[in-house]
Design a protein around this ligand. Structure first.
Ligand SMILES: [Zn+2]
Length: 169
């Protein structure tokens, strides 16, 4: 029985979900304040818990990984919409997690990423950025970075969890 699930709403990568060529997802590596949904402070990351500057609630800077290697995870499209729009959400299949690692993405003029604990930043022209983007279902590294910048604002560097998988069904 599969209990864990992964929900998706990124339309840019839906075609690669449907043909199951998508084998990776990149997820937020930090928590927002549970009370006000704000308060992310990257530069305090050495402290596991910080006070929200907005509402003074506390929250964790580093979000633990949701999945580990070997987990079976059910993939959904737009699951949170299921009560409102039953015709939209659907189950896309089940995957087995094969890799879990962290990256950071920043924008200094252009966007770049690096593996956490690595010195080197890969630009959007770099082969590693293209590999990361294509595994995720984006057509180019530029498209991938544009999506994440729009979602999360990368003007300060941000940490993400990367999960890779193989499809089971
Ligand atoms: Zn708050």
């Amino acid at each position: 029985m599969t209990e864990k699930y992964l929900n998706n709403t990124c339309k840019e990568v839906l075609p690669d979900f449907l043909d199951k060529s998508k084998c990776q997802t990149i997820r937020r590596g930090w928590e927002n304040c549970k009370q006000c949904d704000k308060g992310y402070l990257y530069h305090n990351e050495e402290h596991p818990k910080v006070n929200c500057p907005n509402c003074h609630g506390t929250f964790r800077i580093d979000k633990p990984a949701k999945f580990k290697v070997g987990d079976n995870v059910k993939i959904y499209w737009d699951k949170d919409n299921q009560t409102k729009h039953q015709h939209i959400w659907k189950e896309l299949g089940v995957v087995e997690i094969t890799e879990v690692f962290q990256i950071e993405i920043r924008k200094i003029g252009e966007c770049q990423f690096r593996y956490v604990h690595s010195e080197h930043w890969w630009s959007q022209e770099g082969g590693r950025a293209l590999e990361l983007a294509e595994s995720d279902g984006f057509k180019s590294a530029k498209d991938m970075f544009k999506y994440f910048d729009k979602q999360y604002d990368l003007s300060e560097p941000r940490k993400f969890w990367v999960y890779r998988w193989r499809w089971l069904e």
